[in-house]
Design a binder for this molecule. Structure first.
Ligand SMILES: [Zn+2]
Length: 380
């Protein structure tokens, strides 16, 4: 590595990779990692306020104790990075992997594999499911990291020394955290649970929302069947619009506006505009499209959202008792409660006597079955 690329002369371990040549220079390192089946710590910094897709600004890599902050905004050909991320011989270490994987998938269009998630591993060790990187570093390594740069503007160039230092810190301790976590998982017989949970991370459909599935984010249980079909079609249209124009979906239309349109079903542009749900400018082209969707709507006879009756007082008490049991089980197995299941999961199990999440895989034995037993006892 050329001295000019060093940004920390004292520690000589943080490198800012600012152009194509510098990326090319570290590429042999990636290749060598593959050959020896090594591991790389990965983090991303991105920006997503005014866009549908995140804008990847920086990718940090931690390799053998050195940190490489790759300025992806300054480099055209990111193929070496993509190759590294998909190299099945190289383990990618993340903290809170889902967010990074989403950004990587949306921007670089590759699925990092295989991965290790230190946040997930921490949850299997009884720590909070959402534990932050700094908190985990503090807890497990007793190292206090400088205050978060979470509000920093990662699109700004040049990046400040503080920004690069902060970014590098984000991957500096992942290898050590993983080592401790792995020991823990193995010692407590939880590695298999962890692996099962991780398998779900590679499901691309979790990160790239198909417009046709956009309705799943909404709940139209209170609507008539015709209105439900309208809402589903409008949700698909809105998602496609947002993706095409790369803006947040709420900038196309807010959820409330979609419900208004689905309920009122305007048949003409004037009618649609008079509902007051469109922006002044965008309404001119969005309203006719919405009207067309409603006019061409094909209504099936299958219910899209079933109406869920609220629980009675007694039923709520039963669910609360099951939640208490869940909490006990979490303590007993020393696993984050949220990882075992949520109130929604438990309520689903209670309502339907079944649950894909709680009664399949590693959860079945340690949560699902005990909860069913508790429910039987309760109802006996
Ligand atoms: Zn970060």
């Amino acid at each position: 590595m050329r001295a000019s690329a060093k940004i920390d002369e004292k520690r000589c371990m943080n490198y800012l990779i600012e152009d194509q040549d510098q990326l090319k220079e570290i590429e042999p390192l990636f290749k060598e990692l593959g050959e020896r089946g090594g591991e790389v710590a990965v983090d991303t910094e991105f920006f997503r306020e005014k866009t549908y897709r995140a804008k990847l600004c920086l990718m940090q890599l931690g390799i053998d104790g050195d940190q490489y902050c790759v300025d992806v905004l300054a480099i055209d050909d990111l193929q070496p990075l993509k190759d590294l991320l998909v190299d099945e011989r190289v383990l990618k270490l993340f903290h809170a992997a889902r967010q990074d994987m989403e950004v990587i998938l949306q921007t670089l269009e590759v699925m990092p594999k295989p991965i290790f998630d230190t946040q997930l591993a921490a949850a299997f060790g009884g720590l909070d499911m959402q534990i932050g990187y700094s908190a985990l570093v503090q807890d497990r390594l007793d190292i206090e990291l400088p205050k978060s740069q979470a509000r920093t503007d990662w699109t700004r160039r040049p990046l400040s020394t503080e920004q690069v230092q902060y970014a590098a810190d984000d991957v500096a301790h992942l290898a050590q955290l993983r080592e401790l976590a792995l020991q823990d998982l193995n010692d407590n017989g939880k590695f298999d649970w962890f692996e099962q949970e991780l398998a779900d991370y590679y499901d691309a459909s979790k990160y790239l929302l198909e417009p046709a599935l956009a309705f799943q984010r909404l709940s139209g249980g209170g609507l008539k069947i015709k209105q439900q079909y309208a809402l589903k079609a409008l949700a698909e249209w809105r998602e496609a619009q947002a993706q095409k124009r790369d803006i947040p979906r709420s900038w196309v239309l807010k959820d409330d506006a979609l419900f208004d349109l689905a309920c009122r079903m305007p048949r003409t542009d004037e009618e649609a505009l008079s509902l007051g749900v469109f922006g002044r400018k965008s309404g001119r082209y969005l309203a006719p499209q919405a009207v067309q969707i409603i006019n061409e709507l094909e209504v099936g006879d299958e219910v899209i959202w079933t109406k869920v009756d609220p629980l009675t007082k007694q039923q709520k008490k039963t669910v609360s008792n099951l939640m208490r049991k869940l909490s006990e089980l979490a303590k007993q197995h020393h696993v984050a409660q949220g990882l075992l299941g949520t109130r929604k999961d438990v309520e689903g199990l209670y309502r339907h006597g079944q649950s894909e999440k709680l009664l399949e895989g590693w959860r079945a034995e340690i949560v699902g079955q005990p909860l069913l037993k508790a429910l039987e006892a309760e109802q006996a």
